[in-house]
Design a protein. Structure first.
Ligand SMILES: CC(C)(COP(=O)(O)OP(=O)(O)OC[C@H]1O[C@@H](n2cnc3c(N)ncnc32)[C@H](O)[C@@H]1OP(=O)(O)O)[C@@H](O)C(=O)NCCC(=O)NCCS
Length: 210
């Protein structure tokens, strides 16, 4: 893993466009997402996942899903978990949780939130500007669906939402030991900005300019 801290100027390189899969619907109607890389046994027959944005009634389902995924991790500490209170506040403050379903089965999620001064301070990235920055977090894929590139594909959708909100930067943090998420973020052209010693351990701060 390349952990070298890159200069902030590197962020301004042109971002190569990725294929966007499906449309994010502002009215929160389900959206079909084509899955292009289907190498998982479970997904062999599935051609589409359906994405919709979570509402407050989905929080318990999210928490069950989180518990399920965390229980399957080899190192639980790689994942910072979210509480009901945190998720409720995130939604109240305009944050978005994407949920991806294969029929009725929740298979993945990714969230993004905005205007978090606390996070900008914590990650020492105030120079990006509160009004220009979105925070990426809460990405999970059901273990039996791992290996289908879902984190990256969910990330393409979240970028559309972030752009719609008029933001320029997306910031993600990841443990240096989380090789899977790290690789997916770097493949999606996030750039390592710094490595911080945080209360939950070492975290790489990665930034993508849209
Ligand atoms: C990070 C995460 C979402 C990636 O899932 P994904 O998009 O399905 O991963 P990929 O498709 O890129 O998987 C690539 C390879 O890594 C493997 N892999 C992915 N996540 C893995 C994990 N947590 N443990 C072991 N292997 C994993 C896949 O099986 C696949 O292997 P293959 O190439 O032999 O088929 C998933 O690991 C996860 O839900 N982790 C728990 C939550 C978490 O850590 N979130 C990130 C916080 S920053």
């Amino acid at each position: 893993m390349n952990r070298m801290v890159l200069l902030f100027n590197n962020l301004f390189e042109k971002i190569k466009k990725h294929g966007i899969l499906g449309q994010v619907n502002k009215t929160n109607q389900p959206t079909n997402i084509s899955i292009s890389k289907m190498n998982g046994v479970t997904l062999q027959e599935a051609k589409k996942l359906v994405m919709r944005l979570a509402v407050k009634d989905d929080i318990d389902m999210f928490l069950d899903f989180q518990e399920f995924v965390v229980a399957k991790l080899a190192k639980n500490e790689l994942w910072g978990t979210y509480s009901k209170r945190h998720l409720g506040k995130l939604m109240d403050d305009g944050g978005v949780i994407q949920l991806y379903f294969n029929d009725d089965e929740l298979v993945g999620c990714l969230m993004v939130w905005f205007d978090s001064e606390e996070e900008l301070n914590e990650h020492q990235i105030n120079h990006l500007g509160l009004d220009k920055t979105a925070i990426y977090g809460g990405v999970m894929v059901s273990p039996k669906y791992w290996g289908n590139g879902l984190q990256r594909q969910m990330g393409f959708e979240i970028e559309r939402i972030v752009k719609e909100r008029g933001k320029t930067f997306i910031v993600a943090t990841v443990s240096p030991d989380n090789e899977w998420s790290y690789k997916n973020l770097v493949d999606a052209r996030y750039v390592v900005f710094s490595e911080l010693n945080m209360s939950k351990g070492k975290r790489l701060v990665l930034i993508k300019e849209l």
